[in-house]
Design a protein around this ligand. Structure first.
Ligand SMILES: *Cc1c(COP(=O)(O)O)cnc(C)c1O
Length: 374
């Protein structure tokens, strides 16, 4: 499959794809609130056959990864559709640092006897290569959440694997602009479009992309039978968000680098995890896998949970909120989340938005200083 079929750059594709070309058609595919269509074409019922609004989003994301995409109700719906492909008794391998929803979905299926789950450290490349020989589903997430460890996707995706095995990469943190898992040989790439693609914290959506036509059809069947279809307005907003993805990402990751460097020198910060910093344990792998280092930073404070909670209360420009990948900067203490108690108690995950870098720094620095015990 051709990437950006007209030979244009991804930045241009994001703006130009998913538009009608017939004279008189609206330049933007509108939100089409339709369950059913007049019979006589390939489109009868939207849950089975899709809508032009969903297809605009699928064209944009599919083209970015040179595959065929399917839009879902959420990132989790997209992930569940991939798990839905597994035969009974399958072996699933997950990273040790992994999105909590994926861990929960895998655990729930394991508890019902559907599959067994193994965990491998994100940076244990040899462990992943061994797992590829026995796994039915290799589930990778890189950079990981929230420790931002980068997996050697190139080596893992090239490892010999069990026939019919799926290698899936949750590419949400990198976005297709920074990382191309299908080029490395992954079977599917998954996006929570809720995050960077939507980019404005105003929708839930997910996208799965693959170059395997039979798998695409099977995933579409899962979407039809589970009813995990995207909302009309959500798909429209995700398309609108995607138009500015390149600009937003470029700006926010530039700022993230500035903030990460300053945080590293901060007297009240003990550890900064950002794949772009030479001090990051997988910086060398990040340089090979990623075109950009992303917009998420996690850092630990010189102090405990109370100090970190106070910083979250005292930021003004940065919002104390979960989620990531939006125009506004958000921050939260991850160990406060049930299931994440193993993390350093003062670890703050900052999703850098598109505000001015110095304004963000002033906000962060003054919140840290004013929250420190006297
Ligand atoms: C948010 C997120 C998801 C789940 O996406 P939803 O749209 O919230 O269902 C999956 N993976 C990662 C890495 C995420 O950040």
């Amino acid at each position: 499959m051709e990437k950006f079929s007209s030979g244009i750059k991804p930045e241009s594709w994001l703006v130009s794809a998913g538009r009608a070309s017939e004279p008189g058609a609206p330049l933007n595919v509108p939100p089409i609130p339709a369950s059913n269509f007049v019979l006589g074409s390939e489109r009868g019922y939207s849950r089975d056959d899709g809508t032009p609004t969903w297809e605009a989003l699928e064209e944009i994301v599919g083209g970015l990864e040179a595959g065929k995409a399917l839009a879902f109700a959420s990132g989790m719906a997209a992930i569940a559709a991939v798990f839905d492909q597994l035969p009974a008794g399958a072996v699933v391998v997950l990273p040790d640092d992994c999105y909590l929803g994926t861990v929960g979905l895998a655990a729930a299926g394991a508890a019902r006897g559907r599959w067994t789950v193994r965990r491998v450290a994100v940076d244990d490349t040899a462990g992943w290569i061994d797992a590829c020989a026995v796994a039915d589903l290799i589930w990778l997430e890189s950079p990981s959440n929230p420790l931002l460890i980068v997996a050697d996707l190139e080596a893992i995706c090239a490892a010999p694997r069990k026939p019919g095995a799926i290698v899936a990469v949750d590419n949400t943190f990198a976005t297709p602009l920074n990382q191309q898992p299908l080029d490395f040989g992954a079977t599917v790439s998954v996006q929570s479009a809720t995050k960077f693609i939507g980019g404005h914290s105003d929708l839930l959506a997910g996208v799965v992309t693959t170059r395997d036509e039979a798998l695409w059809r099977a995933l579409r069947k899962s979407r039809e039978l589970t009813g995990a279809t995207p909302g009309t307005l959500e798909a429209f907003l995700a398309v609108r968000g995607a138009r500015t993805l390149a600009l937003r990402l470029q700006r926010a990751q530039q700022t993230a680098m500035i903030l990460a460097e300053r945080l590293e020198k901060h007297p009240l910060v003990t550890c900064v995890r950002y794949p772009g910093l030479p001090s990051h344990p997988t910086h060398a792998i990040a340089r090979r896998m990623l075109k950009g280092f992303g917009t998420i930073i996690s850092f630990d404070l010189l102090g405990g949970a109370e100090f970190a909670d106070a910083v979250c209360r005292n930021v003004r420009l940065i919002r104390h909120a979960t989620s990531l990948g939006a125009v506004e900067s958000t921050m939260e203490r991850r160990a406060a989340i049930p299931g994440q108690e193993h993390l350093p108690p003062s670890l703050l995950r900052l999703s850098v938005g598109i505000e001015d870098a110095d304004d963000l720094w002033d906000d962060l620095d003054s919140a840290i200083r004013s929250s420190a015990a006297p």
